[in-house]
Ligand binder design. Structure first.
Ligand code: PMT
Length: 401
């Protein structure tokens, strides 16, 4: 997964996030990628071409009508030169022009004239990103094979909070890196479940759990970085889709997660179950808000949810199954019991409670399989996820021998 000598054309369109693309050029150059920058007129209002020229070590192109630049490397030559085109930030305007096949400036023309895979890192106000016109253009571009990286949620330069922030430079670099393959999960389809499930009691209350989705999202990102095509089934979380994840399916209840996972598992080689799935659901969901019973006890009748992993392991054909075990005590014993009882190939056990496992930024895992075990000491969840993926890849390959 090296970017050395890879030819990346970075398109920069007009948006305040253009300043982050300076850092992106630096990070790509650190890995010895060859970077050429094409800016829209709008982008030059935010960052000067001279800045990108100094960082990339190459002349920066803005205009289609620059005779001198065309003589040095014509726009068709530039389009052929690129192995990947990444537009970061991708404004609503460039997204619209690309969706409709315009060739009204250099960047749009190069995109039309190039056979290189196109990556877009949208960045705009959250209201603009949510607008049906922008969403329709993004859907169209996706259908034509463009890869859309992000956007992330959070505070925006305009003061709004919501979805529309450009992904961070290291996330974009990782996505480009994994697009060249050569990773330990190259050519494999990995399904990951993450986050909690919510079991509704009435229109305002539910039974949930403390999972933030951070562990599962880190696993999905690490699998994508390792070259896998990743499908992420996410419970109710407030996390942006990690860079490189091909498909995200949002669900709420355990029953919805069960259905989504079983459906997606038909295409998957590996399923990693990091979600904290509710074991029980109320027998009935009240259509109206339940009223207080003035001193009387309220009893909720619960039914057991089907176990997703067991539903898969009992099928004749199923993916390589990696479960998680969240335990407050006797972690090793309970985890090994779940490994056997649920028919898993591997299990990743973590101690939870007292600030461990759930919600935290870091975690520690003990991995078990039928005839082995390994400990992954405490680390930030993204780092731990990369170590887990490396172990899963080894065990998966061994099981196929
Ligand atoms: O999301 P974070 O805040 O980052 O926290 C991470 C985590 C603690 C949630 C994660 O590391 C973790 O341990 N996930 C599994 C939590 C869990 O539900 O464990 P369990 O021991 O109850 O379940 C065992 C396995 O069976 C899990 O893989 C679970 O996804 C699966 N399961 C559970 C119930 C069910 N009905 N179907 C299932 O497939």
């Amino acid at each position: 997964m090296s970017l050395a000598q890879r030819r990346i054309l970075l398109g920069v369109s007009g948006g305040i996030a253009a300043y982050k693309s300076c850092e992106l050029v630096r990070r790509l150059r650190e890995l010895a990628a060859e970077v050429r920058v094409v800016m829209t007129e709008g982008a030059t209002q935010f960052v000067s071409p001279t800045t990108f020229q100094a960082l990339s070590g190459q002349p920066v192109r803005v205009s289609l009508w620059d005779e001198q630049a065309e003589a040095a490397m014509g726009h068709i030559e530039l389009a052929r030169w690129a192995e990947r085109i990444l537009i970061a930030p991708a404004s609503a305007d460039i997204i619209a022009r690309l969706a409709h096949g315009h060739a009204d400036d250099l960047l749009a023309t190069v995109c039309l004239a190039s056979a290189a895979p196109l990556y877009l890192a949208p960045a705009m106000n959250q209201q603009m990103w949510a607008h049906p016109a922008v969403q329709a253009n993004v859907t169209l571009l996706r259908q034509r094979g463009a890869h859309v990286l992000g956007p992330a949620d959070g505070e925006q330069a305009c003061g709004d909070v919501g979805s529309g922030r450009m992904l961070e430079p290291h996330e974009l670099r990782n996505a480009l890196q994994s697009s060249f393959g050569g990773g330990v999960l190259d050519g494999l389809h990995v399904l990951v479940s993450a986050g909690p499930t919510y079991e509704d009691i009435d229109p305002v209350r539910f039974i949930g759990n403390r999972s933030s989705g951070r562990m599962g999202f880190a696993v999905a990102e690490a699998a994508a970085q390792a070259g896998a095509e990743v499908t992420l089934v996410a419970g109710p979380v407030s996390l942006a889709t990690p860079a490189g994840v091909a498909q995200r399916i949002d669900v709420r209840s355990a029953a919805q997660m069960h259905a989504a996972v079983l459906d997606a598992a038909r295409q998957a080689d590996i399923y990693i179950a990091a979600a904290a799935v509710g074991d029980y659901r109320p027998n009935e969901v009240s259509a109206q808000k339940l009223k207080k019973l003035d001193g009387a006890k309220l009893a909720l009748q619960l039914s057991e949810n089907p176990d997703i992993l067991t539903s898969l392991s009992t099928q004749p054909e199923h993916p390589f199954l990696v479960g998680f075990a969240a335990e407050t005590h006797d972690v090793a014993d309970y985890a090994q019991d779940k490994l056997r009882r649920k028919g898993l190939d591997m299990i990743a056990a973590n101690q939870v409670g007292d600030g461990l496992g759930f919600e935290a930024a870091d975690n520690a895992l003990q991995l078990y399989w039928a005839d082995g075990a390994v400990e992954l000491p405490r680390a930030a969840k993204p780092e731990l996820a990369r170590q887990l993926i490396a172990q899963v890849a080894v065990r998966y390959r061994a099981s196929r021998r």
